[in-house]
Ligand binder design. Structure first.
Ligand code: GLN
Length: 237
């Protein structure tokens, strides 16, 4: 029987607004289809399993990003090799920023990133905050954003989706998140996958496909997830 390995990056420092829930959603959706998974937590100094199928990283405040930043960037080559090899990655907010080239904080510090995503972030005086939903090729993604870092995309990524004004990557160009290959970054917390089941299945489908399993995923009853998404969409703040 197939078993997927899910890597959880920095669960202590990078887990705000329920981002660890993404891990639970993926495991549960696998279990409901009779597929096992194991979770490897990677903290500062721990080895990063290169045989991972899915890598997850959550949000964290600027201070937490500073704490794990050097460790994260020391994994640069490994992360690039994994991304090039098609490993599925879902990174939220603080980890999304660090997967980019750099994060220039408001107080003038430069936290270098791993450069896996062609994005750069600069701290600002405004805070983009509230429920957000975006249209993507994998349906509507629903989550909660809260960040003052403003992210601009380079040519080697495409936006994950489109947002409304004053939200998303930078509040101006209507982009939200970034994608290259199987690597995804987004500002949507919540956890995003709990209210975006089609996207959760897209990540699983890609990870399984990479392991040679091309069968369609058995449909699940997602009524509750869709109801939760509808409530969040109705409450923009
Ligand atoms: N510190 C970052 C910002 O405010 C990330 C915040 C977060 O992960 N929620 O831009």
């Amino acid at each position: 029987m197939t078993s997927l390995t899910l890597v959880h990056l920095y669960p202590r420092e990078m887990n705000i607004y329920g981002d660890t829930g993404n891990l639970l959603v993926l495991r549960k959706r696998l279990r409901w289809r009779g597929i096992d998974s194991t979770v490897v937590a990677v903290n500062v100094g721990d080895p990063l399993p290169t045989g991972a199928d899915i890598v997850l990283g959550g949000g964290g405040q600027d201070a937490a990003q500073g704490e794990i930043g050097a460790d994260f960037v020391s994994r640069r080559e490994t992360l690039h090799a994994m991304a090039d090899d098609g490993v599925v990655m879902l990174t939220i907010c603080g980890t999304y920023q660090l997967l980019g080239h750099e994060f220039l904080t408001k107080d003038g510090r430069r936290i270098p990133g791993a450069g896996v995503l062609d994005v750069s972030t600069r701290g600002s005086d405004e805070r983009l905050i509230g429920n957000n939903h975006i249209d993507t090729p994998w349906g509507t993604l629903v989550g909660f954003e809260n960040h003052s870092g403003l992210t601009t995309l380079g040519p080697a990524v495409t936006p994950l989706g489109r947002t409304v004004a004053r939200r998303g990557n930078n509040g101006t160009d209507l982009t939200e998140g970034a994608v290259r290959d199987n690597v995804f970054g987004t500002y949507l917390h919540g956890p995003v996958l709990a209210k975006s089941p089609a996207f959760a299945d897209e990540l699983l489908r890609r990870a399984l496909l990479r392991r040679g399993h091309s069968a369609e995923l058995e449909p699940l009853d997602d009524q509750l997830a869709h109801a939760a998404a509808a409530v969040a969409i109705g409450r923009p703040r």
